[in-house]
Design a protein around this ligand. Structure first.
Ligand code: TPP
Ligand code: MG
Length: 555
């Protein structure tokens, strides 16, 4: 086996893995790495001037490319800055290989951090390379673990001596194993039997359906059983949102969604958490009369809190395909099929009524300023090129976004998930680097944008033409919404709105000027009719740009 320095072995394996970008912010502990990188011109270091930007880029790149990304942060201090956004990767199953340099292993008594402890709860595998001989195998395993379902981030620390010593290095990429799990045919039969008998089925689809490429099969199943379809996290296009059976994002707090759940006699949940909410709302949300069929590629999600009639650990795309086949080839009686078609017709009418109500609300508001979030989204939708990717970090405007813009193509919308704000500024850059041929428009809350506004520097420095459209409501509006929920749901105070301390930007941000200071073109829009032209102008510039849209922040 060849012998080489650890730092060389690292880059040889990265090359074998096909690594194109290193998203990072360096320090002295990474000096050996940075020095060696100069010998590998096929890899580009993308400097972010705050670790949250680098972590967001790594997440967006992995999600848009479907491959693990490489994130290089600095020892304890830099890595800790990035962990907040790595949490989003962990929650969303994004394969990110995070690394940090560490001091020499011989400095044990002098004091050195055990870096592996910091990211342990939010990574699949966290380890330190302390000898050059470990390097190649450890990097390969970090990639392997990151991409194997349930996919997710991994972490490697590199002791300084492991970079400069020589060791044995087996240079080859991690194997692309066949890791899609086919469903047990008996389980599919049981699931089909439950769904075929349901008079009021409900379907809940999550990101893992989109990640598995299962959207077409999800549509087939939904149409066969005539169920309303809700999206779980709504951070991927898990179902075409202009489909007549698509209802909207699911939330236990949404009275209409809760009512639909309470009335259901069967729930088909696929690739999604069942159910989740910040507020405690009892041990279980499934109504006593409903049977739950849950299909997931993450076995930890099955039967987590709910009584599950049929739990299937399988690739969502394969399982939905088999389920559709079972239902259509004799699994459903003629009368059940007719009843399903009737339900689907009713759902189509409801969808048309919802669309009309949305447009009526916009019409009623007219051109008033500040404009409604829905108006902003509707105007963006009108100028969005057909092949674009919309990066959604709009926080409390997400419902307006999903009402104002239809997403039918898988991959045409990639949204924030996991809870850490600040994802979109870097996330959109990663998406654009992964899909350079597609226009990328990022819709970002003003609060989230300020967490990682330094991303504008990276956009300008490397000329990454992302168009950022800021939802400028001069507040952390979602916190006010949730304060109201807290009063109503937890304190049983139906009219209470609660305190808004620390939730308003009494000095609103001027993103057009902030952008200009970073070398990015900025426009400010207050007139609703100006949104479309401003976004179009930004797209046509072929350069990074910011469109700061002043919207209504009323709760
Ligand atoms: C890193 C981090 N810090 C704080 C929070 C708490 N938090 C959740 S949403 C939010 C406000 C988001 O504001 P903005 O982006 O303006 O969206 P809006 O609510 O106005 O739609 C905050 C502060 C968080 N989720 N993550
Ligand atoms: Mg805001």
């Amino acid at each position: 086996m060849p012998r080489m320095s650890g730092k060389k072995a690292l880059f040889e394996v990265l090359r074998a893995e096909g690594t194109r970008y290193i998203f990072g912010n360096p320090g002295t502990a990474e000096a050996a790495m940075i020095d060696t990188l100069a010998d590998y011109p096929e890899m580009e270091y993308m400097l972010a001037v705050q670790e949250g930007v680098a972590a967001g880029m790594a997440d967006g790149y992995a999600r848009a490319s479907g491959k693990p990304s490489f994130l290089s942060l600095h020892i304890n201090v830099g890595m800790l800055n990035g962990l907040s956004l790595l949490y989003d990767s962990f929650s969303g199953n994004t394969p990110v290989v995070m690394t940090a340099g560490n001091s020499d292993i011989r400095k044990l008594v002098e004091g050195r951090s055990d870096l592996t402890e910091f990211p342990k709860p939010i990574t699949k595998w966290s380890a330190e390379v302390t000898h050059a001989d470990q390097m190649a195998a450890a990097v390969r395993r970090a990639y392997q673990e990151a991409r194997t379902p349930p996919s997710g981030p991994t972490f490697l620390a590199f002791a300084a001596n492991a970079f400069d010593e020589e060791g044995e290095a087996d240079i080859r990429p991690s194997a692309d194993y066949f890791v899609t799990v086919a469903p047990d045919p008996a389980a599919i039969e049981s699931a089909a039997a439950v769904l075929a008998k349901a008079a009021r089925p409900l379907m809940l689809v999550g990101d893992r359906v989109a990640m598995a490429g299962g959207v077409d099969s999800a549509v087939r199943v939904a149409e066969l059983i005539g169920a309303p379809v809700y999206m779980g996290t709504s951070a991927e296009v898990c179902f075409p949102t202009s489909h007549p059976q698509y209802v909207g994002p699911f939330s236990l707090r949404n009275p209409a969604a809760r009512k639909a759940l309470n009335e259901a006699d069967a729930v088909l949940a696929v690739g999604v958490k069942v159910f989740g909410d910040f507020f405690y709302q009892g041990q279980s949300a499934l109504p006593p009369g409903a049977k739950l069929v849950h299909i997931d590629s993450d076995p930890r999600e099955l039967g987590r809190t709910e009584r599950t009639e049929v739990g299937i650990y399988a690739d969502p795309a394969l399982a939905l395909r088999d389920l559709a086949d079972a239902l259509s080839s004799g699994g459903m009686s003629g009368s059940a099929m007719e009843a399903a078609r009737e339900r689907a017709r009713g759902l189509g009418e409801q969808a048309r009524a919802r669309d009309e109500a949305f447009r009526a609300t916009l019409k009623k508001a007219g051109d008033r300023r500040p404009m409604l979030p829905g108006r902003m989204m509707f105007e963006i939708g009108k100028v969005l090129p057909a092949d674009s990717v919309l990066v959604d970090d709009s926080i409390s405007s997400r419902a307006a976004l999903l009402s104002g813009i239809k997403f039918d193509k898988p991959g045409s919308m990639i949204g924030q998930r996991g809870g850490a704000i600040g994802w979109g500024m870097g996330g959109a850059l990663g998406v654009k680097l992964a899909r350079p041929e597609q226009p990328v428009v990022a819709v970002v809350g003003d609060g989230s944008a300020m967490m990682t506004v330094q991303g504008l520097w990276t956009a300008a420095n490397y000329g990454i033409p992302v168009v950022y459209v800021i939802c400028n409501n001069a507040s952390y509006r979602v916190l006010k919404v949730n304060m109201k929920v807290y009063h109503q749901l937890i304190l049983n105070d139906p009219t209470g709105t609660g305190s808004h301390i620390g939730m308003d930007f009494t000095m609103p941000f001027d993103f057009a000027r902030i952008a200009q200071a970073f070398g990015v073109a900025g426009q400010r829009v207050e007139d609703p009719a100006g949104v479309g032209p401003a976004v179009r102008k930004a797209l046509e510039s072929g350069k990074p740009a910011v469109v700061d849209v002043v919207i209504d922040g009323a709760v």
